[in-house]
Design a protein around this ligand. Structure first.
Ligand code: AMP
Ligand code: MG
Length: 266
């Protein structure tokens, strides 16, 4: 299932050719059951990761507005101990962030050894938003692809597994979700007129993401394009990726102190 979502290093990401409404061969009930199981697995495995205290996991989440980046986290980490996951949401750089290189705030937010970190948006805004909004000239954002590949290689070499997910929402599903934001008083705060400017150039944004994913899907940190029109499908896919990564790391409990067998506490 995950193989089909992977952007093979060296090949084109072809986001526009993928079906955002794909069900990954499952029906909803089955998918929800599997998700509940995966959520428990994440909790078990993160406990070992924390106890082992040697490696960490970073999940990078990207996707256009209303692709459901926040919602997917609620579902995937539903059954997981609250201290186990740290989420960082990256906004337009401000304050000290603009006075440093673009990776400065990223590096500072990485999960420590033993931890599981999530980035809601990331350094990839610095090659896509910056490009689309013309915040820097092409030679500046284009050379960042190489910086990013090498930065992530360093992270992986030093013990951080990197999972990168692009939530692929369709233009029509985005329309529905924007409309819902406008119509529902509890959601209206999320909507900004500027979101419509991005939407007007939906296909160009997808093309820019396609370039970014194609350039930065590597053996050490591959991208996955996850169908995002159905909430249960994207949660399932992300949960599968997190579990597969943790299982590959296979964290172990550290050796306890010697001589504790049979020790009785008075
Ligand atoms: P939201 O996720 O809806 O709160 O919006 C955050 C906004 O910040 C999005 O429009 C992003 O494109 C923008 N953003 C995040 N990081 C950067 C960056 N490095 N450069 C430019 N815009 C960014
Ligand atoms: Mg927004």
């Amino acid at each position: 299932m995950l193989d089909g979502l992977r952007v093979d290093p060296g090949s084109s990401a072809r986001i526009a050719e993928r079906d955002p409404a794909d069900r990954l061969g499952r029906d909803k009930d089955e998918g929800e059951m599997r998700l509940a199981h995966l959520s428990e697995r994440i909790d078990e495995l993160q406990y070992l990761l924390y106890a082992e205290d040697r490696r960490s996991v970073l999940l990078v989440l990207q996707g256009l507005d209303a692709s459901g980046k926040d919602g997917v986290l609620r579902r995937v980490f539903h059954g997981v101990h609250p201290t186990a996951v740290t989420v960082t949401s990256f906004k337009v750089p401000a304050g000290p962030e603009v006075r440093h290189d673009y990776l400065w705030r990223i590096h500072a937010a990485l999960p420590a050894r033993g931890a599981l970190g999530v980035f809601n948006r990331s350094h990839y805004e610095d090659v896509v938003a910056v490009r689309m909004l013309e915040l820097a000239p092409e030679d500046v954002w284009r050379r960042r692809y190489e910086h990013i590949r090498e930065f992530e290689r360093m992270l992986v070499d030093e013990g951080t597994a990197v999972i990168k997910v692009f939530l692929n929402v369709s233009r029509d599903e985005q329309r529905k979700r924007f409309q819902e934001r406008i119509d529902d008083p509890r959601k209206r705060w999320k909507f900004r007129r500027d979101d419509l400017k991005v939407r007007e150039r939906f296909d160009d944004w997808i093309a820019a993401w396609e370039d970014a994913l194609t350039e930065t899907s590597t053996e050490w940190a591959p991208w996955y394009v996850v169908p995002a029109d159905r909430n249960w499908v994207k949660a399932l896919a992300v949960a599968e990726l997190v579990v597969a990564t943790l299982e590959r790391l296979d964290p172990r409990l550290p050796e306890p102190e010697e001589g504790l067998d049979g020790l009785r506490i008075e």
